[in-house]
Design a protein around this ligand. Structure first.
Ligand code: SAH
Length: 228
């Protein structure tokens, strides 16, 4: 089985590459993909770069070029749900694109014609993540994740996204990867650890907690790989 693991930034894949020390770097399509062989499992790990376009490109490449049969996204996010604390883990139940706006044509926010507002993640992969969290006493929230090409650091924008999409966390890649996987019939799981609260203090918090939160998320992903 071939499994793709995507992080947007170097900090999000470093803990994985440190854990899977023996990896082969393969250059493809302007990026580097790290191949790990674990018995009958092959992992393809990559840092997509930030945003919806980069992450969609990486997910498509993983599936169409490297034959990935499952995709796990691993990284950090801004929390909107007031119960989420820095370092908490969030499993995306469904994902939307909060920056999509063709409302001028009478469509709702987040909707493109012949598509849908929310894309669901895979319940089997999510079940594995939840079982691991339970076994290890990890507090894993399950929530709606809103994606957009914006680092959200304002109370107003965050409140708007929460109200419009009932979102619990904000980031910049999950929904685009989910759309790719949905269209290509590949199960997707998005795991994020909270680095900030997407409010006015988000930047300071993000810079302080990026590395530690990225490690929290990667740890859960490593445990998931052991179970797959
Ligand atoms: N430090 C980077 C920019 C990071 S953008 C640079 O200088 O290039 C923020 C990244 O963390 C994105 O990959 C996004 O998915 C995630 N993220 C964390 N908090 C976020 C927030 N409040 N809003 C949007 N994305 C957030």
């Amino acid at each position: 089985m071939t499994i793709g693991i995507i992080g947007a930034m170097r900090e999000e894949i470093t803990p994985l590459l440190e854990h899977y020390k023996k990896h082969e770097a393969i250059a493809f399509g302007g990026n580097t993909f790290y191949k790990v062989t674990l018995g009958n499992k092959t992992l393809i790990i990559a840092c997509s770069r930030i945003g919806k376009v980069h992450s969609a490109l990486t997910a498509s490449t993983m599936v169409l070029n490297f034959g990935c049969e499952k995709i796990i996204f691993n990284g950090v996010a801004g929390g909107i749900n007031p119960s989420y604390k820095i370092g908490d883990l969030v499993l995306a139940s469904k994902l939307c694109q909060h920056d999509v706006d063709i409302t001028a044509f009478g469509h709702p926010y987040g909707y493109f014609s012949e598509s849908k507002i929310f894309t669901e993640s895979d319940c089997v992969l999510n079940g594995i993540a939840k079982a691991i969290a339970k076994e290890n006493g990890i507090n894993l929230h399950e929530g709606v994740v809103a994606t957009g090409d914006q680092f959200v650091h304002s109370k107003e924008r965050k409140e708007w996204i929460k109200k419009e999409f009932n979102a619990d966390a904000i980031e910049m890649e999950g929904a685009s990867v989910a759309v790719v996987c949905d269209n290509l019939n590949v199960p997707i799981c998005v795991i994020r650890a909270i680095s900030d609260n997407a409010g006015d203090e988000a930047l300071v918090s993000y810079e302080e907690f990026l590395e530690s939160s990225a490690r929290v998320s990667a740890l859960l992903v490593i445990k998931m790989i052991e179970k797959l």
